[in-house]
Design a protein around this ligand. Structure first.
Ligand code: PMP
Length: 384
């Protein structure tokens, strides 16, 4: 029966990050720096709220876009932190993680042949979703600008078929963040164009040297932007599966239909936990952020000391050093490092072909693991 499977589904591949994670699990003594998941537990008060929801039998369906109280809390959160204003009743949807938020957004706005601009290297979760919708990914090379998209880099790629651009800042995999001037320039380019902007701001709380700014704040941008966020990274809640979309009613009213037929609603228990996170845990990311800064500085300094060329990331929890001078593909470098020194990283080509020549190192690991891994990496490169 396989010949009857949707060819678009047949064509998409398991993500390069998953592939490497699966492989690493066969090396029992490997130090793994591959995962994009906080190593901190979910804060206790949030877990308690989840347990209390179960005990109180709050285990039924919620409204399709999520509990109104949670949408109200999410509205207050993005307004207080980022100056974004969205109406809880009609402009916010609670989703099963940012992943499902991306899926319903793309399915709402794309059709066959629509072009989607992706600044590469970029998170590998977008392209397969675009392709499933019949969209065409169009990559914009950001390598020569320290992985930062600019209006100048973007402009030549805009065609009549361009339906949307996906921004992911702070970036996975590079950790780079755009300055407000850089965002303003991109906003000025897009303001009078009929192009949607999907702004994946899942790392908005993990930003180290400046405060987070959303492109939706700039003139003319709110009406065309879908902001995506969630609690996976900010509140160490990856398994709870809570994300959000923030978009004007003209877009949200259509997204909520896709959402309804897709999952009905996000998990009720998780929504009550999320309500606690966004009311009494607004700054829960702060202690984690402090730890991430120390780890970033440590790993960055070690990599520079080993002779790696890399940009100093301003957010998320990844570093993306160049391995070009070793004359190995990112996959060969990764495999050799794993086999010889038992350290696992993600080959850059997992983040589109523009990631070839780099590796992604996640520092969402304890300092102890990072110290050992850096020792092994130093031993490895000294022999190359
Ligand atoms: N966007 C980016 C850039 C991510 O790195 C991730 C998770 N690795 C997601 C979205 C998905 O997040 P969630 O767990 O909320 O689905």
């Amino acid at each position: 029966m396989e010949h009857l499977i949707n060819p678009k589904v047949k064509d998409i591949q398991i993500s390069g990050i998953r592939k490497i994670s699966n492989l690493v699990s066969t090396y029992k003594d490997a130090l793994t720096l591959t995962i994009g998941q906080p190593d901190f537990p979910t804060p206790q008060h949030i877990m308690d709220a989840g347990k209390a929801a179960i005990d109180a039998h709050k285990t039924t369906y919620t409204p399709n876009p999520g509990l109104l109280e949670l949408r109200q809390a999410a509205a207050a959160y993005v307004s207080g932190k980022y100056g974004l204003t969205y109406r809880p009743e009609t402009e916010i949807i609670v989703t099963a993680g940012a992943s499902q938020a991306l899926d319903i957004t793309l399915r709402t706005i794309l059709e066959e042949g629509a072009e989607v601009l992706l600044p590469g290297p970029i998170y590998p979760g977008y392209e397969p979703l675009v392709r499933l919708c019949g969209g065409i990914p169009v990559y914009v090379d950001t390598r020569h600008n320290g992985f930062k998209l600019t209006a100048e880099l973007l402009e030549p790629h805009i065609t009549e078929k361009t339906r949307c651009i996906i921004l992911c800042y702070p970036s996975n995999p590079t950790g780079r963040v755009l300055s407000s001037q850089e965002l303003a320039d991109i906003a000025a380019l897009l303001a009078d164009k009929s192009i949607f902007v999907i702004s994946d701001e899942i790392y908005s709380e993990l930003i180290y040297d400046q405060s987070h700014t959303s492109i939706a704040k700039y003139d003319g941008m709110r009406e065309k932007t879908i902001v995506i966020n969630g609690l996976s990274k900010s509140h160490s809640m990856t398994g709870w599966r809570i994300g959000f979309t923030f978009a004007p009613e003209s877009i949200s009213q259509h997204m909520v239909k896709v959402h309804q037929y897709n999952v009905t609603c996000a998990s009720s228990v998780s929504q009550y936990a999320a309500l606690e996170a966004l009311t009494n845990g607004v700054d829960d990311a702060l202690p984690m952020k402090e730890a991430y800064v120390a780890r970033r500085d440590f790993v960055y300094d070690r990599l520079v000391h080993m002779g790696f060329e890399l940009e100093k990331p301003e957010g998320a929890f990844y570093l993306f050093p160049s391995i070009e001078r070793f004359k190995l593909s990112s996959m060969d470098f990764t495999m050799k490092l794993l086999e010889e020194q038992r350290v696992a990283v993600v080959p850059g080509d997992a983040f589109s072909s523009f990631g070839e020549g780099y590796i992604r190192i996640s520092y969402a690991y304890s300092m102890e693991v990072l110290e050992k891994a850096m020792e092994r990496l130093a031993a490895f490169v000294s022999k190359l």
